[in-house]
Design a protein around this ligand. Structure first.
Ligand SMILES: Nc1ncnc2c1ncn2[C@@H]1O[C@H](COP(=O)(O)OP(=O)(O)OP(=O)(O)O)[C@@H](O)[C@H]1O
Length: 300
């Protein structure tokens, strides 16, 4: 074989491998689109800072929607610190697998859950993955989990604007938008501005911002105390021209509810904190209903 034939062969092989790669990419894209086709509204829950109560908001949002009869899925992509199984009291419930599909764990008839925490044998096990591996796992959580028909898929991301939220937003094409959770301190508000900018860069609409741990009512004297200040979330929302979804008070019952796996909106539905959640959920679902109506009117 002469030099020209050799280089033609090399070119042919690299062309074939590029085509194979492209076919593989297309196949993955089609699988993902098929898997997500029957999910009406996909909502991503984000926060700029850790520990602001993002997972608690995601859980109470998902449970409230499911209690209103909506078929709901809750996906925890906090791969390094999955807390959804604990907050729902479903730790140790292994997802079933059938025909290369993973069944999400049912919390109730209307709420299905998937989290890396449900796949770890030992709760103390550390997950050590870099960006590309995380992207692959999140893709599997969306494409290989048998979510079925859902009205809502709520996705709880780790704090910040790193690999996981980036992958989720890239993979969830056409998502309804993001609910951003903050607390009233200036440090949290500075970080939440970054989350809003991140959503704008990723062209993900912001459904609104929730100010969590906002004010505390003393159970003994009934006096309101703004431990972490309050009102900064609304000011920030106004300044950045995004909807404000409401204030959730700092409530010791939230900590107990989380530790005991008994979501407040279900187990203490009459409490002022659960009522504050209910108001937030009503605003989120009204927005999704409006999107449904608009789609119906435009014949989509
Ligand atoms: N409104 C509230 N009042 C009192 N405690 C709360 C409130 N919201 C959340 N918490 C508590 O704060 C702790 C952290 O909450 P959570 O895990 O939801 O935060 P997160 O922002 O998701 O954290 P991470 O950064 O680890 O993902 C939990 O113990 C939870 O019960």
């Amino acid at each position: 074989m002469n030099g020209t034939q050799q280089s033609e062969n090399v070119a042919q092989k690299s062309c074939n491998s590029k085509q194979v790669e492209e076919l593989h990419r297309l196949k993955e894209q089609i699988e993902l689109q098929e898997a997500l086709f029957n999910i009406k509204h996909k909502i991503v829950v984000l926060s700029g800072k850790g520990g602001v109560g993002k997972s608690s908001v995601a859980v109470n949002l998902a449970v409230a929607l499911s209690l209103s009869g909506k078929k709901t899925g809750l996906l925890d992509v906090d791969l390094h610190g999955p807390s959804i199984p604990t907050l729902l009291g479903i730790e140790g419930r292994l997802p079933a697998t059938a025909a290369a599909r993973i069944e999400p764990v049912p919390y109730s008839d209307t709420l299905k859950v998937m989290s890396v925490g449900l796949l770890l044998r030992d709760r103390a096990e550390a997950v050590v993955w870099r960006g590309p591996a995380k992207h692959g796992v999140i893709r599997q959580f969306l494409a290989a989990v048998a979510w079925g028909d859902l009205d809502y898929l709520i996705v709880d991301c780790p704090p910040g604007t790193g690999d996981e939220p980036l992958s989720v937003i890239q993979l969830l094409e056409g998502a309804e938008g993001a609910v951003i959770v903050t607390t009233p301190q200036d440090v949290a508000l500075t970080d939440v501005r970054k989350s809003v900018t991140f959503c704008r860069q990723m062209k993900l609409p912001v459904i609104g911002v929730v100010e969590n741990m906002s004010g505390f009512v003393c159970p003994h004297c009934g006096e309101g105390i703004d431990i972490f200040k309050s009102g900064g979330g609304r000011l920030m929302a106004d300044e950045m021209n995004i909807p404000f979804l409401g204030r959730i008070p700092l409530d010791p019952a939230m900590v107990r509810a989380g530790d005991e796996g008994e979501p407040l909106v279900e187990y203490r539905a009459d409490s002022p904190t659960a009522q504050a959640f209910a108001a937030m959920v009503a605003t989120v679902s009204a927005r999704c209903d409006a999107a449904d109506n608009a789609a119906r009117e435009s014949g989509q």
